[in-house]
Design a protein around this ligand. Structure first.
Ligand SMILES: *Cc1c(COP(=O)(O)O)cnc(C)c1O
Length: 381
């Protein structure tokens, strides 16, 4: 056991924790960099507390590995990174709200722009301060979410030229389906519309220094969509099985998070014993059941009730009955020599992968790691 974990236990915490392997993260960012080559820069996407992994620690590793950019969803998330001392350029992928122009300028955060009024507001605030500010223009080529419609781009560029305190230093779009082999044509269409948008921007006399389209799935499966910057998120965290196309070139990624706890209570019960709320599970044989101190308030999804499993002593221990808020019951009958205090792997090495847990829960691995709640300490190992 590493010293940090030992100290945490001495501090009197329950043993439920998310272990974060910075070595795995480092391995993954290097794998991504070797995939895209030296001519394509990397924006490490660390929104939503780095998909639940701990944004400051993750961003620190990515910055040390030399990523050109960090990507967050919200200006607030960028502020937290700046306050932690990170000075890597930060792009706010989700734009910003009225009143956050000051935050952007105070903390040197670059916004993605999706409509003209945002450019106007940032320009006005920059003017008041006598500074200039850069932004990335976002064009909607098929995601249908944020970004200028391609038809609106010409007019927007003409109007934006009047704002002298702000400049377009990037042109971006977002691929919706780069992980879906059946939608290759659709993705190629997005790439083509982005190319048209880039031509139009250039026709307006603007050369965007950063040209980017691809999330991790796009960077992996569509080399032609890499522009000069890619924006991987999930693959940095070793989430692969449900985040990138299954028919790609192959990439060696390692899971960064391991969600673990320990056996708090152990008992042998006869066949016919109801377990958990609603008595939805009744033992069919004499069973050894373990109670563990992690529930849906910690990120063990309730949809895993009588569906998911955890790893105990190398064996598969099915979740028996409903996951409750703070506790989960496992059937450990088949775990050899199970004992009080044994480690229980909710996901990660020694248990199911986050992707397998996601499949059992009817979701995707992104939601599994993001869903490990703030009640669970992240511990760097
Ligand atoms: C979240 C996000 C990404 C990263 O996506 P992954 O699928 O995790 O690689 C990239 N770009 C934008 C705009 C995003 O919102």
């Amino acid at each position: 056991m590493c010293a940090m974990l030992e100290r945490a236990i001495l501090r009197g915490l329950r043993p439920t924790r998310a272990e974060i392997s910075l070595a795995a993260l480092r391995h993954n960012v290097r794998a991504v960099r070797s995939l895209v080559g030296p001519d394509v820069a990397v924006m490490g996407v660390v929104k939503a507390n780095a998909y639940g992994h701990g944004a400051v620690e993750v961003a620190g590793v990515l910055a040390a590995e030399g990523v050109a950019w960090l990507g967050v969803a919200l200006p607030e998330e960028g502020v937290a990174l700046r306050e932690a001392g990170l000075d890597t350029p930060i792009l706010c992928l989700g734009g910003f709200w009225e009143g956050q122009e000051s935050t952007l300028l105070d903390f040197d955060l670059t916004p993605a722009m999706s409509h003209l009024s945002q450019i106007e507001r940032l320009d006005a605030e920059a003017g008041r301060r006598g500074v200039t500010a850069a932004y990335h223009l976002k064009v909607d080529t098929g995601m249908g979410r944020l970004g200028f419609a391609p038809e609106a781009l010409d007019g927007a560029l003409a109007a934006a030229a009047a704002f002298r305190r702000t400049s377009c230093e990037g042109l971006m779009t977002h691929l919706s389906s780069a992980d879906v082999p059946a939608l290759r044509d659709f993705t190629n269409g997005q790439v083509a519309r982005y190319g048209d948008a880039l031509d139009l921007v250039r026709a307006h006399g603007v050369e965007p220094r950063w040209r980017h389209l691809a999330n991790g799935a796009g960077a992996y499966a569509f080399p032609e969509a890499r522009g000069n910057l890619v924006r991987p998120g999930a693959i940095l965290y070793g989430l692969a099985a449900d985040t990138i196309a299954p028919d790609g070139p192959g990439i060696d990624l390692r899971p960064v998070m391991r969600f673990v706890t320990r056996v708090e209570h152990l008992k042998t019960v006869p066949a016919g014993t109801p377990l958990g709320y609603g008595a939805t599970f009744v033992t069919e044989r004499e069973s050894v059941v373990a109670t563990v101190p992690a529930g849906y308030a910690d990120g063990v999804r309730r949809s895993l009730s009588s569906r998911g499993w955890a790893g105990v002593r190398g064996a598969r221990a099915p979740i028996a009955g409903r996951v409750s808020m703070d506790l989960t019951i496992l059937d450990v009958t088949d775990a050899p020599g199970v004992a009080l205090g044994d480690e229980v792997v909710l996901f990660g090495e020694g248990g199911p992968t986050a992707e397998a847990t996601a499949a059992d829960a009817g979701t995707i691995s992104y939601e599994i790691t993001c869903g490990v709640s703030s009640r669970v300490p992240r511990m760097v190992v």
